[in-house]
Design a protein around this ligand. Sequence first.
Ligand code: SF4
Length: 434
Amino acid sequence: MDAAEAVPPRRGRTIRILAAAIVRADRGRGALLRPMPPPPSESSEDSSACGSSTSAGPADRVALRISTGDALDARGMTSGQFLAEARRRGWRGREPLEAYRTLFRRDDPSALAPRGLAPPPPPILSRTDVEGLTVKFALRFADGLESESVVIPMGHRDGRVSRTLCVSSQVGCAMGCRFCETAQMGLLRDLTASEIVAQWRAARFEAPVPVDEPREGARLGHEIRNVVFMGMGEPTENLAAVLQAIRVLCDHNGGGLAASRVAVSTVGRLEGIRRLGEFIQEPGFRGLGLAVSVNAPNDRVRDEIMPINRAEPLEALLEALRAYPKRPSAALCIEYVLIPGVNDAPEHCDEVCARLRGLRCSLNVIPYNPRRDSPWSAPSEESVDAFLRRAVANGQFTKRRGTKGRDVMAACGQLGNPEIRRRRRAASSIDEDR
Ligand code: SF4
């Protein structure tokens, strides 16, 4: 087992508890920051996120840092881990590898299910199509909890459409970012690696093919070009399962994605960034993308909207990003959710650009997608344009994130189902009454 993976750091748990305490203290407070008028500018629209494992090496030492459920589910295991388990059970020859490949390439568990190594995948509970292209779906797990995922189409200059899958790493989230729908749920539990991979499986094999893209002989489902950990949850709070899922998705016998097609988006936990920095130095993972939610030009603003900042201030985060061992040609993705009256003033733009100077990064501006009962509205197109133009004028490489799915709560920061928490509370009070 990799030393970095051996024990969840106590510091991380302390921060999670601290963030939860700050969230509780903050509940009920309204927006404290004043609205600012927008100035004049330019930019580019980008709906994408920023940003093969084999069976040997450190990947297998983490190997069986997999949950009890994953140990019986090939979907949560790399091919190396799976072959070790198959041989332990006396399965010889090429047959187990073929069975593993068939599971991932054709979604056919027939060779594995009788051996108890491919339990039925979690069913799709609901599916919402946005303009026939963006698809949000929920999976329901055995304990009744749900993950939400979004398949986002991306147009290319040559007319092709590829798809990015946004996956969840937890049910709910403990980080308490005030602009985020998921935060309203609190943290219900971490997902296992196989539950994360199950989201890819559902998108790959079960989400419907749009009528204008019939593919003869193909099963239903989308070619997934990119996977981004930007759904429910903070990936670095569940890093062992997230890294295991990435190993499976990037296994050339498994999901077959290149690591450069996978990105992890974090609230910016220092310990998580350090551990991701170690992970990308393993062979095959150097290209893994890192996106960090900065969302503010200074501690005053960030303290208001992201409780994590009170434990780990902005300058410490930027220091960790400067030390991050990315490839020389790679750029970090700095996410900036643009919230009217909070962080969209011209001086905010100047300040964040000044802070980012010297850090090779793309400033990814995300027009705020209001959560339920949000104290803030979405920014106007004029104010988004003004912010983007001013960032470009500051010499900052800048992109704009699209807002597909906002109307059906499928856009960035809008995943989450408060109903799950209510149902769970109701169920536990019934149990207590018995
Ligand atoms: S933005 Fe991310 S880290 Fe913050 S509460 Fe939402 S899911 Fe959690």
